[in-house]
Design a protein around this ligand. Sequence first.
Ligand SMILES: Cc1cc2nc3c(=O)[nH]c(=O)nc-3n(C[C@H](O)[C@H](O)[C@H](O)COP(=O)(O)O)c2cc1C
Length: 318
Amino acid sequence: MTWAEDLHALAPLAARAPSPHNAQPWTVGYGQDSLTIGWDPTRSLPVGDPTRRDLYLCLGGYVETWLIAATDAGLNARAEIEVDEAARTVARLLPADSPHATDFTAADIAGRACARGGHRAGRLDPEQIARAGLQLTTTGLTELPAQELAGLAVRADRRLWSAPGVAAELRDWLRLTPRHPRYYQDGLTYQALAMSRAEAVGLRAVLAARASRPLAPLLASTQSGLLRGEGSVLVLSGSPETAESMVGAGRELLRVWYALAAQGISVHPLSQLIDCPETERELRRRVGARPLAVFRAGHPVSPPPRSARLPSPPASRP
Ligand SMILES: Cc1cc2nc3c(=O)[nH]c(=O)nc-3n(C[C@H](O)[C@H](O)[C@H](O)COP(=O)(O)O)c2cc1C
């Protein structure tokens, strides 16, 4: 087996990386001794993520996950980050003389999951946050009390979900019944969204009536309720000026998420706080830097559901 073939065997593990709306936008091209990572435009979110901030963060996290998987499997690999917008590629994985430096393992990749339901009351221990922050080199991590952001989250949700394009894009990725043909492949199941079966049935009825407006109050009330209790919100901030540095920030984001997961802490991203210009400005003022990712972080009261993934395609030349 060649190095690339050995690496290819790790594709299902690497695909456990997180992605916005669980769209899994990554593509992988296998060369003789390299692997090229890019994206599939049909799986990106041009309306909700017009600047590609979340796309590049996601692809950075995917690159980092591949490297952790490789190290765990005893393969030496390194990443060369170069974004080619025309070719829609962001990185190449190449053989290396030594393993990628990481504390994480395949178990950390497999054990991570977003938890959008209730978290145990209480803010995180500053030591735990510091341990996650040790994984950072070019970005910063700030903790804010969840309650302080409850009002902002309501404003962000109202603003975004009442924008017809954003709501329509989300609808495409909702999986509100196990009978949905793609339920076991991608998208957001009602369990992942911490909705009951009855709530999912109700939302399907609303959507079937082509009334997407009720999405706004429904999502806004869910978010504000979760943030009103005592808890922590973490903000990853930095000043990435190029697409490459945004991919780098995505690698750091995933190192934070894996470090938290290793301590039993799950995250619930709240990207709408950055997508809405008004709440982004307020968040920027509070952390004193540009927010790149924002998420609730805590100990989930019940184990988060395991999200679906597409079957890994067979190796194809780039
Ligand atoms: C860059 C990025 C942004 C995300 N933004 C949100 C968000 O705003 N709200 C949310 O509920 N989940 C968000 N997610 C989480 C994804 O929906 C989640 O990773 C995906 O559904 C797969 O589930 P899993 O992480 O539990 O495996 C985001 C993930 C990434 C990588």
